[in-house]
Design a protein around this ligand. Structure first.
Ligand code: OXD
Ligand code: MN
Length: 618
């Protein structure tokens, strides 16, 4: 593993030049590029090679355009701040479409459109949309090139900001194009900010369009995105490909594409375990992936913070890779106390978007330090003081940084064969009801837990913050097909695993339960290692559990709370299973399941009936 070294003395930014090798342009890609160019009418076409020199030139161009500004190189070497348009700050679920021939194949949780009608609509929307701009041809790989799980794509975009972001988040450039030239299949993805420039027209710092589309065609495996340059709307390798399109590939090819972090946990015994954990957006996946455990002798190393692709290896074991190559993390709430590893990763070579700027040219966001700076420039570029009465950084402001810069990155994070998964965790943000940790009775019960995750809405997507919504497997905005079929795929996957060496355990966690005064009961962050310790104890058969109607809870003394300021009442409340509240939850689940009609796998109705039976008997 090579970590980029923190320069001892920060020199002014020097231009880093790496030689670029020209590669053969695969005919099929070249033909598609020519066809799209005829529709999009860009003034130039730039095939992205992924070199350091090219990145440097793009960053210079973005500075010249006013899209980004360079931060003080003495404080934050080779780092930049982007301010988006105020209307372009989050994923837009209401403008995300799944286009399948039959509406039922998209299912009730997706916005469906008929493919031919959408194609006709998009053709008009995209016609001439790149006029006056350069069209970048961006080949990329998801997963380590050479891995049986690596998958490829080519994104067209008229946003150089998106190109540099894709450069951090994926393996972008010539090696991916070479793999395509050797015959690897690839997903075409077209992205335009939707802001054509007339001759002589001055550009704006963050071009975008009020009309937005993020469109997936899972059957022909294509992506079209218009109008936004923000995060998952525009870095199409991420949510659109690695989740929506990949979930369909995974269904067809027998694997899983999931909204999960991946970590390697090593207890003092030295035997390492790998966990995959699904949480809805902005529920602390990056913090957990980079956890500094509070328990002496424990180590948590990072493999991925957002997306995992899981498959059954030739050894019959559940394996996983992180298909991404960087982190697009939520900045607010990331601080030395909550996530020192992320803070260390961000020492330089980072693009920040919509955070606040300090007077000396560094960045700040809520939660970065306990004390607020006396003066800032806020994410909109306006003067800000602690009395301004509004956040200085946008709640969905982000950092984009290479995984290689993370001090806790695991040695096997980019192993082409992936890592063996010992357990799967499902979590959500729940102020009440759901205990700190529960173990599923078996795989099918674990699928029921995943299918019924509910969470309070965060700022990662448009919507009312705090509202409770069911977010099955944390995949509500990301499953590219009927969610009921997705549940069935998970159940079948378990059947295949049962025929193999070992079925991973499944747990549910909730770090966010509150007391009657509205304060969090559990300290979270590094103390979550105590929950991992119990899980490891369960995997090894060393730690006990007691049965409850909703699954197995740690038995008395099995959860290590030594040294925590947690009184007995708080501990009881953290694990309290209120049968009446869960009965109401069961009713809500029934309504949710009913939305899938008869496509819902019967096993999930059976799991609900079993839950009700256990609640009635308790
Ligand atoms: C993300 C999200 O950006 O889930 O990871 O919204
Ligand atoms: Mn995510």
């Amino acid at each position: 593993m090579t970590l980029l070294e923190r320069p001892a003395v920060v020199a002014p930014v020097t231009r880093v030049v790496s030689p670029t090798v020209s590669v053969e342009r695969p005919f099929e890609v070249a033909l598609w590029v020519a066809e799209q160019a005829a529709l999009l009418e860009p003034s130039d076409i730039h095939w992205v090679d992924g070199s350091t020199r090219e990145r440097h030139e793009l960053l210079q161009l973005l500075v010249a355009n006013g899209t980004i500004e360079q931060l003080n190189p003495d404080l934050r070497p080779y780092s930049f701040l982007a301010r988006s348009a105020e209307s372009d700050v989050a994923r837009l679920e209401s403008r995300t479409f799944i286009c399948t021939e039959n509406e039922s194949d998209a299912g009730p949780t997706n916005n469906w459109r008929e493919p031919a009608a959408m194609r006709a609509e998009l053709t008009e929307v995209f016609r001439g949309s790149m006029r006056g701009r350069t069209m970048y041809v961006v080949p990329f790989a998801m997963g380590p090139i050479g891995s049986p799980m690596a998958r490829f794509g080519v994104q067209l975009t008229d946003s150089p900001y998106v190109v540099v972001s894709v450069g951090t988040m994926t393996r972008m450039g010539n090696p991916a194009l070479e793999a395509i030239a050797r015959g690897a299949s690839w997903v075409p993805a077209v992205h335009s900010v939707g802001a054509p420039l007339a001759a002589g027209q001055a550009d704006v710092a963050w071009p975008c369009n009020d009309t937005k589309y993020i469109v997936q065609f899972p059957e022909s495996r294509e992506i079209w995105s218009f109008g936004s340059a923000y995060g998952g709307n525009a870095i199409l390798a991420k949510k659109a490909y690695a989740l929506r399109i990949a979930s369909v590939m995974a269904r067809d090819e027998g694997w899983l594409a999931e909204h999960m972090l991946l970590v390697k946990v090593t207890p003092p015994s030295g035997k390492a375990y790998h966990f995959a954990a699904a949480f809805p957006s902005a529920c602390g996946k990056t913090n957990m992936a980079m956890m500094t455990p509070s328990l002496p002798g424990w180590k948590v190393e990072t493999i991925g913070d957002d997306i995992a692709w899981l498959w059954i290896g030739t050894d019959g074991r559940l394996r996983a890779i992180n298909p991404e190559a960087g982190f697009f993390g939520v900045a607010p709430g990331t601080g030395m106390r909550t996530n020192p590893t992320a803070i260390d990763s961000l020492w330089g070579n980072t693009i920040f978007t919509n955070v606040a700027r300090t007077d000396d040219g560094d960045v700040w966001w809520e939660g970065m330090t306990d004390e607020k700076p006396a003066r800032l420039t806020d994410w909109r570029g306006e003067p800000w003081t602690p009395t301004s009465g509004r956040p200085a950084a946008h709640p969905n402001s982000r950092f984009t940084v290479s995984a290689r810069q993370c001090p806790s990155i695991a040695e096997d994070w980019d192993d082409p064969e992936g890592v063996v998964i010992d357990a799967i965790i499902f979590g959500g943000r729940r102020a009440s009801n759901v205990p700190l940790v529960v173990e599923a009775r078996d795989w099918d019960h674990g699928v029921f837990m995943g299918a019924t995750i509910a969470s309070e809405q965060t700022a990662a997507a448009e919507g009312t913050i705090g509202e409770l919504r069911r977010d099955p497997f944390a995949m509500l905005p990301f499953a590219g097909y009927n969610m009921a079929d997705y549940f069935a795929h998970w159940l079948n996957f378990g059947r295949r695993l049962r025929r193999s060496a070992r079925v991973p355990r499944v747990f549910q966690v909730n770090w966010f339960r509150k007391d009657a005064d509205g304060s969090f009961l559990w300290p979270g962050f590094g103390e979550n290692a105590r929950v991992l310790e119990w899980m490891v104890g369960r995997l090894d058969g060393q730690l006990g559990a007691i049965d409850s109607p909703i699954g197995s809870l740690p038995n008395d003394g099995a959860l290590n709370v030594d040294g925590l300021e947690l009184d007995g009442a708080a501990l009881t409340e953290l694990f309290r299973v209120d049968p009446a509240a869960f009965a109401a939850e069961a009713d809500d689940i029934e309504t949710f399941f009913a939305s899938f009609g008869d496509r819902l796998p019967p096993e999930l109705s059976r799991q609900l009936a079993l839950l009700r039976g256990r609640l009635a008997a308790s």
